[in-house]
Design a protein around this ligand. Sequence first.
Ligand code: F6P
Length: 341
Amino acid sequence: MRIGVLTAGGDCPGLNAVIRSVVHRALTGHDDEVIGFEDGFKGLLDGHFRPLDLNAVSGILARGGTILGSARLERNRLREAAESAPDLARQYGIDVLIPIGGEGTLTAARMLSDAGMPVVGVPKTIDNDISSTDRTFGFDTAVGVATEAMDRLKTTAESHQRVMVVEVMGRHAGWIALESGMAGGAHGICLPERPFQVDDLVKMVEERFARGKKFAVICVAEGAHPAEGSMDYKKGEIDQFGHERFQGIGNQLAVELERRLGKEARPVILGHVQRGGTPTAYDRVLATRFGWHAVEAAHRGQFGRMTALRGTNVEMVPLAEAVTQLKTVPEDRIREAESVF
Ligand code: F6P
């Protein structure tokens, strides 16, 4: 079997572990050949690819990013890819394409699959917001980075009696804010799922100072927003690539809290630091399992599906099911977190 693999969308720690696992399983478990398309679907359309053998994937398990490069594809080029899907498969002689990516990539994968290309998807995103899989790799790494940042910020916040507003990633779902907020012992979290009241945060900080704890850390997801009328707030805008560009809720909230509290507040935007660097052991293992299962699914002819973690098992679920709606944080998970603020 000849397998094509690509990584698309935003990068994520663990992508290289999937590529490595696909190559190992394909070459040593079967007698397959693997080619890697460069820069996501662009490589598929433009004919940029290279053969991947065991040496090509040696030493990449612990490396962040992706050796294949990644890119987001404009909608018209995506349509172009879907229209020529069966021809592309024939042109490269691939029996299956394994695209590794987030919501956008999996939607594209579904389009290619519907158009007749044999596809087995592998989900990835640090946001952990893909439905149908309990976890995506990259998330554990991002939560670890944000947790460590909060641990560090607490000591400087305490020394200066400041309020630290830590902005983490999470456009539509607040999983990173929820779990790093809990693990990092934040005193408040703001998630996209539930508009926050600035009054509640002010009250929380005042109560802490009144009982002698003269600092606070608030963890806010980049996609969180205040409740209507809670504070003046500049919304995100859609950029030239069709992505929402937020106006920095962390900055805006820090300014507002400083004004209302009369205490120093500092914003810390963690940004792409959460996506870079070496994946955790958990993410390496999950990514490796996904790679193994993707190759096995291809050999069983389970196309139009993606790998998914269900409990402790990796299962194959229809791509159609995976991309219908995002997995957001349910209210009971927010209540659990709030109990320890
Ligand atoms: O979806 C993953 C993610 O890291 C989001 O959390 C974040 O909003 C977005 O990608 C950032 O995208 P870009 O790398 O294009 O700035």
